[in-house]
Design a protein. Structure first.
Ligand SMILES: [Zn+2]
Length: 366
C-alpha cells in the first residue's frame, strides 16, 4: 500500500489536532511535502542532524519528532547553527520532518498517559484541564429524524464527556416556519406558516471538530435550512490539558519510589526537595518543562510532583507541602516515540516504523 505524508499526519491530527497545540508551539509539517510518498518512518524525541543522518541510513523519508526543530521564524538558511543545518540536510535528502508536540502533551492518552503507564498509575486524570475548547450545539429537528441527526453528530466526534460517550439531551416542542417562494420545504407549503413537532437536541462538541460535526449534522437533517445554535461555554475540558495526576495502586515508601523513578526513567540524577512525605500515593506529573503546574499539583494534594527543568528558585515553592522531583526533561519524555509508535501501529499495521537509536539528550551527568 502506498502511503503519503498526509495519510499519516492527518491520522495523527485526528487524535492530537494541531488546534490543540499551545500558542508558542510549532507542531505540524515543518519540512517536506504533504503529497510525498513515504518509504519508511523514523520516530524520535528531537530531530537534530544526527537524526536526519539516521533517517538517510535506514532509508526513511519521514521523521516524526515530539519537539519541533523550528520554533521561531528562520530568516536565513546558511547552516550557521544546528537548526539550519538540520533543515538543510533534510531538504537536500527529500526527508520530511513532522512535529507532534504540545498537541500530544494535551491529549488525554498522550505524553503524560505514557508516563503514567511507566510509573504504574492506572487511572490518571488531567491535572490542568483546558478551558475554551468546547461548545454547545443545539439543533432543532423533526422527531422522525432526531435519532439519525444525533448519531451523525456522535460519529463526527460530538457527545463525549470524560468516560461517557454518546451524551445528548432532547426535549420536545413545536417548531414553526414560513417558507418563501424560493424555498423548497420538506414540510408544509410555500406562503403558509407551518408548525411541526420537533426535538431540541443538545450536544457538547470539541471546537476542533466543529466544522465536521456541523457538516455531518446538516447531511443527516431533512430540512433545507437547519435551525441550530452554537454556544461558547466556559467548562473545562477534562479530556484535554496539561499534566496528569493519579494514585499508585499501593503506597510506596518515599525512597523506594524515587529509586523506582530513577530506574524507570534511566535518570543520571533526580533533583528533589525535602522528603516531606514518608509514603507516596498520589502522584502528579508532567513530561518536559512542567514547573508551571506546581500549584495545580499542590492544590490537588499530590504527595509528589514529577517533571523536568525546575529552576533553583522554583524549588522553594514546594514549601514543605509537596515533594518536587525533577527527573530531567529528556528522561521524562524519552518514551514519547514509543507512544507515537503505538498509536501509528494500530492504524498502519504493515508499515515500517523505526524508533530512533540516536540519544538526543544534550545533558550529560558527570
Ligand atoms: Zn519536551
Amino acid at each position: 500500500m502506498e502511503l503519503k505524508v498526509k495519510d499519516i499526519t492527518s491520522f495523527l491530527e485526528g487524535i492530537a489536532p494541531l488546534g490543540s497545540q499551545e500558542s508558542y508551539d510549532n507542531s505540524g509539517l515543518i519540512v517536506g511535502n504533504h503529497d510525498m510518498v513515504v518509504t519508511e518512518v523514523l520516530l524520535s524525541l528531537d530531530c537534530i542532524e544526527d537524526t536526519v543522518e539516521e533517517a538517510i541510513k535506514i532509508g526513511a523519508n519521514l521523521i516524526i519528532a515530539h519537539h519541533p526543530i523550528v520554533f521561531s521564524g528562520l530568516k536565513q538558511l546558511n547552516g550557521k547553527n544546528y537548526v539550519e543545518r538540520t533543515v538543510i540536510k533534510a531538504i537536500k535528502h527529500d526527508i520530511a520532518i513532522y512535529a507532534i508536540h504540545t498537541n500530544l502533551d494535551n491529549y488525554k492518552l498522550g505524553v503524560n498517559y505514557e508516563i503514567a503507564q511507566r510509573i504504574g498509575i492506572s487511572n490518571p486524570q488531567i491535572l490542568a484541564p483546558k478551558k475554551n475548547t468546547l461548545k454547545k450545539l443545539v439543533v432543532f429537528c423533526p422527531e422522525s429524524h432526531s435519532e439519525k441527526v444525533i448519531q451523525a453528530i456522535f460519529e463526527a466526534g460530538g457527545g463525549n464527556i470524560g468516560e461517557y460517550t454518546k451524551c445528548s439531551f432532547e426535549s420536545s416542542g413545536t417548531g414553526a416556519f414560513l417558507p418563501s417562494e424560493k424555498a423548497n420545504p420538506t414540510l408544509g407549503k410555500v406562503g403558509t406558516r407551518e408548525k411541526a413537532d420537533e426535538k431540541r437536541i443538545e450536544v457538547l462538541i470539541p471546537i476542533h471538530k466543529e466544522s465536521q460535526i456541523i457538516k455531518a449534522m446538516k447531511m443527516a437533517h431533512p430540512y433545507e435550512e437547519v435551525a441550530h445554535d452554537i454556544y461558547p461555554i466556559s467548562n473545562a475540558n477534562q479530556d484535554e490539558g496539561a499534566g496528569m495526576i493519579g494514585e499508585l495502586d499501593k503506597a510506596m515508601e518515599v525512597k523506594a519510589f524515587l529509586a523506582h523513578l530513577k530506574s524507570t526513567f534511566n535518570c543520571g540524577v533526580i533533583r528533589h526537595t525535602e522528603l516531606v512525605r514518608k509514603e507516596i500515593k498520589t502522584v502528579a506529573f508532567c513530561g518536559g518543562s512542567g514547573s508551571f503546574l506546581l500549584n495545580n499539583a499542590k492544590s490537588h494534594q499530590a504527595d509528589i510532583y514529577i517533571t523536568g527543568d525546575f529552576k533553583y528558585h522554583e524549588f522553594f515553592d514546594a514549601e514543605k507541602a509537596i515533594i518536587i522531583a525533577d527527573i530531567g526533561h529528556f528522561e521524562s519524555e524519552q518514551y514519547t516515540p514509543h507512544l507515537i509508535l503505538g498509536i501509528l501501529k494500530k492504524n498502519f499495521i504493515n508499515f515500517a516504523f523505526h524508533l530512533s537509536k540516536v540519544n538526543t539528550n544534550p545533558i550529560n551527568y558527570f
